[in-house]
Ligand binder design. Sequence first.
Ligand code: MGD
Ligand code: MGD
Ligand code: SF4
Ligand code: MO
Length: 743
Amino acid sequence: METRIHYKVCPFCEAGCGLELTLSGEEVVQVRGDKDHVLSRGFCCPKGIALKEFHEDKDRLRKPVIREAGGFRTVDWDTAFRKVEEGLERVRAAHGKNSVALYLGNPNTHTMAGALFMAPLIRALQTRNIYTASSVDQIPKQAACGFLYGSPVAIPVPDIDRTKLFVIFGGNPLVSGGSLMTAPDMRRRIRDLQERGGACMVIDPMRTRTAEVADIHLPIQPGTDVYLLLGLISYLFDKNAVRTEALNVRLRNLEGLKEAVSPFTLERAAGVCGMKLEAVQDLAERIAFTRPSALYGRMGTSVTAHGTLACWAIEVLNLLTGNLDAPGGTGFPLAAHMQAKATSKKGFVTGRWHSRVSGAPEVMGELPASVLAEEMETPGEGQVRMLITVAGNPVIALPESDRLDAAISELDFQVAVDYYINDTSRHADVILPPASPLSQGHYDFFFHGFSVRNTAVYSAPVFPVPDGEKAKWEILARLALIAEGKGADAPPELVERMILGGLTDKVVAALGEESGVTADRLIQGLTPPPGPERILDFLLKIGPYGDAFGMKPHGLSFEKLAALPHGMDLGPLKPRLNDVLATPDGCMDLLPEILAEDIRRLDRAEERVHRGERPFLLIGRRQLRTNNSWMHNLPSLLKGSRCTLMMHPEDARSLHLKEGGMVRITSDAGSLEAPLSLSERILPGLVSLPHGWGHTYPGARLSVAETHPGVNVNRLTPRAMDPVSGNAVLNGIAVSIQPAGGC
Ligand SMILES: Nc1nc2c(c(=O)[nH]1)N[C@H]1C(S)=C(S)[C@@H](COP(=O)(O)OP(=O)(O)OC[C@H]3O[C@@H](n4cnc5c(=O)[nH]c(N)nc54)[C@H](O)[C@@H]3O)O[C@H]1N2
Ligand SMILES: Nc1nc2c(c(=O)[nH]1)N[C@H]1C(S)=C(S)[C@@H](COP(=O)(O)OP(=O)(O)OC[C@H]3O[C@@H](n4cnc5c(=O)[nH]c(N)nc54)[C@H](O)[C@@H]3O)O[C@H]1N2
Ligand code: SF4
Ligand SMILES: [Mo]
């Protein structure tokens, strides 16, 4: 049979690589990197290649299933939606709207439907119990940017392709593909930086693959970066190296900041962080005097007890060295669907409400995922009795897994929108699977906004949605309609029209009635049929590069973008701080009180950085061939990865432990066994387990993953949070290690 080529952006990680698919009839014959893709230029990783296996995976659900006494039964969509409606009405009638919790997982950010159709569902549910994977991930960064720039979505990214010094705190982009920084093929980008005479430095407890290719790797004790970062700020003041003149923005609290960081010296940092003083001094000098430079922090700085403070300190360092909003420093991308200027100047506040049981503050409309278990367990008004998960696997992703798993099993009703009967959805009453990514269009609403170069790419569906399957947007829209009381049969187009209506109304209001422009006329000017693509068309047309509905004939529209399967380059990052700044008074506050308080808390906590009875600190790691908890079912990926406890050979020797031997790992939260792997990549005194494993739960349907299930590291993760953002502390967990079977 004849073959044909189709181009598709990889939906699995933030790098967003272009893939070239060779197709024959209904079959994917081959997947490889798209050498003409505007940003990835042929690069891709084994997960992208495994898109074929994901598409073909027999365990991937094609039709909804509902739970019955004997297990799951496949049903048609109307039956499934009616069952959802019945369960939701029953729980709400008995326990009120707040008894329904919604948990949104990471892959939502990789779909058009997740970006556009989640807000109507959240609104319709009218519950305070909204949880997402953000609070085991990047919410500290968003809070930090919220406090500083007035908006939690104004997040600058490193201008890696033009910088002279790239400093990575707690990130491993060579393996993770980069995060809050869309920059595929980081290996090449770092090599290019080195060839232009620049340098890359990595601060990480592990000699990761990124650390290996960097010019300098500085090992650090887990959870201590914040001392280093405050020490670095302090150094800038001491050396008169603060350079804020070029920033055309009023700063508040510069003196207050100077005073607050003055107790944090490089000597103190070296002591607490377990680093050599000369190494810390060298780092400080390079940061203070290299132009341009870009400091970047990711999971290692975020999932810590002072995550917001650490993320904020990185922003402040970029700002004080004059590198914020500067070419080669860090900058705010301007994607094609975004608005050039922030429209709301309300600023950023947290704690507009609090969680019922332990009073954790709301951040960005959600509560910390770490409190979900107690909200389910604790009786009283507002107790969570029903859970809807969309593209998430909280049983593996969240701290205190055993407790959460037990709490979920006790709920009155559960709905999962997911591809698999996974470790969490195995408890569900109804599972609603979206069609394969190959049957849905792709445009990165989130990650174009984090791109190190402004680009736009749309990939059309490769195959139509097969008979009997549903696109994700329709599933989310119908759930929203059910939650709104419009019934299980209401057409999903209603929600799409409502979203478009909201957007067009704003434009019409801005233009004024006298312009003669009406919402209906605008909608008639859109080419795609109802769905995410039509909304994209609207956003592109009114966006910063758009055709303004024909008024700028050379501008962008959906039709133009769709004709460019490798995407479109929109140029390097440009200074635009003044456009994104959304603080009510137009100032940037360098020391909001909530962070000043956290610095005081830090001072009090320092002496607690010790290991007590549990002599090792456990940290996580990501593996190239896994993606959180959900790609272990693909044979080519599982073949190349294993879940082992990594330990330094010296530690193993002193404990008489051997490579491959089983060890028991015990924390305050739990205990489990894993095989040992020895490596000098990790510091003595630390051990590492990858997350996302542990597919041992009865009732899940992951036939490949179950053959090498590994262990769920979050069974060891106790509940601990950054009080500012509510983000979970996932690294630096005190554990003891013994030979398995030993006592
Ligand atoms: N292959 C693969 N790619 C992925 C994922 C995956 O599971 N697999 N997951 C995706 C997701 S959801 C995300 S959020 C991103 C994350 O992307 P990254 O943040 O780049 O990935 P991590 O491997 O978590 O990197 C965190 C690094 O911090 C180090 N670290 C741990 N504790 C500390 C500390 O206290 N201080 C410092 N300085 N470093 C510390 C760890 O050793 C690790 O190298 O990756 C995405 N990409
Ligand atoms: N100890 C420890 N814990 C961690 C981390 C860590 O580093 N260490 N990392 C944390 C991070 S950064 C994250 S982001 C979370 C991830 O946590 P989650 O987002 O909760 O979990 P995932 O493993 O990404 O599972 C995603 C699920 O979504 C399904 N899915 C994939 N695509 C789609 C889609 O388009 N639509 C629908 N409906 N379903 C889809 C998959 O089948 C899978 O079951 O884990 C966190 N947990
Ligand atoms: S790096 Fe990320 S986007 Fe690129 S192929 Fe791999 S998983 Fe896909
Ligand atoms: Mo994540």
